[in-house]
Design a protein around this ligand. Structure first.
Ligand code: SF4
Length: 288
């Protein structure tokens, strides 16, 4: 999809909104046209389908790791006396596993912003629609805001694990999800920005080290953790946005510089980190 936001920083978007006295969502539809809704509906349907397929699926994922799918188990595994908080985190994680496992199984997913990080945004939005009852019209607006945040990152930095490590994939997905939830909660543009900023800031330096080069370990679990982190970012931004010192543009620029500084072992080559340790263990087992 072409997007007019490809030339904007987030501060320029805030200035435009303030200048025109409009909300971020109004700005998106003014600049993109209301036909964007049709595209968002298609995207949302594909995202929901991926969650639901992933929750039904059982068995082993393709590849040498022979990982068992966990989404269905996680979704159904209620603890005795489970608190509301534990249930919420378990269910959101299950949705994120569902989509990420669908990606690992080479089924249809929506890049958000990439395949490796495709579980974060749908899991949170699916939870908000299905479990919290937010209407689909509001989910589509939240999706539009997530898209805007993803575009700002893609334009001013990178969403590529091969270029900037996992911070560019999962960090970006976490920012998109946090901004989407902040929009859904009706928070201000400053709170939306701060939620996205927190979500990226605490993924800075995150390396890309997929074991055996498969988008499975650490990727699937990482999607679930990022989804839960996105919610925490929104909760902090709601209260603390007026005290912040770092802008979203600052953290995006930092992510990009950090990514370019990362040794290539940590940029999707599967030569460092968990991938390297796992390989060493395998070699040792073979020689024992
Ligand atoms: S570890 Fe690498 S492959 Fe896996 S999600 Fe992160 S960036 Fe993508």
């Amino acid at each position: 999809m072409s997007c007019v936001f490809t030339t904007f920083s987030f501060s320029e978007i805030v200035s435009l909104c303030n200048q025109e006295k409009i909300s971020i969502i109004q700005l998106i539809y003014i600049l993109e046209g209301y036909q964007l809704r049709d595209y968002l509906k298609t995207v949302w349907t594909a995202m929901k389908n991926a969650v639901e397929r992933g929750l039904r699926a059982k068995g082993i994922l393709p590849g040498e790791l022979k990982l068992t799918r966990k989404a269905k188990y996680l979704y159904e595994k209620r603890c005795y006396n489970e608190s509301a908080d534990v249930a919420m985190n378990r269910v959101i994680a299950a949705y994120a596993y569902a989509v990420s496992e669908e990606n690992a199984a080479e089924n249809v997913v929506v890049t958000a912003p990439t395949c490796g990080s495709c579980g974060v945004l749908p899991s949170i939005l699916y939870y908000m629609e299905k479990d919290r009852g937010f209407p689909v019209e509001e989910i589509l607006d939240a999706l539009a805001v997530a898209g805007l945040v993803g575009n700002v990152i893609r334009t001013n930095a990178s969403i590529s694990g091969a270029e900037c490590g996992c911070q560019a994939e999962i960090g970006s997905a976490c920012s998109m999800a946090a901004a989407a939830v902040a929009q859904l909660y009706g928070l201000s543009i400053d709170q939306i920005e701060y939620a996205a900023e927190i979500a990226m800031e605490h993924n800075l330096g995150l390396t890309c080290d997929p074991v055996n080069g498969l988008v499975q370990i650490p990727c699937i679990e990482r999607n679930a953790v990022a989804a839960m982190r996105a919610l925490s970012a929104v909760n902090l931004s709601r209260f603390l946005y007026a005290t912040r010192k770092i802008s979203f543009d600052d953290v995006v620029a930092t992510m990009y510089r950090t990514g370019l500084d990362l040794n290539e072992k940590y940029r999707e080559t599967a030569h460092g980190g968990l991938a390297q340790i796992y390989m060493e263990h395998e070699k040792n087992e073979q020689t024992d």
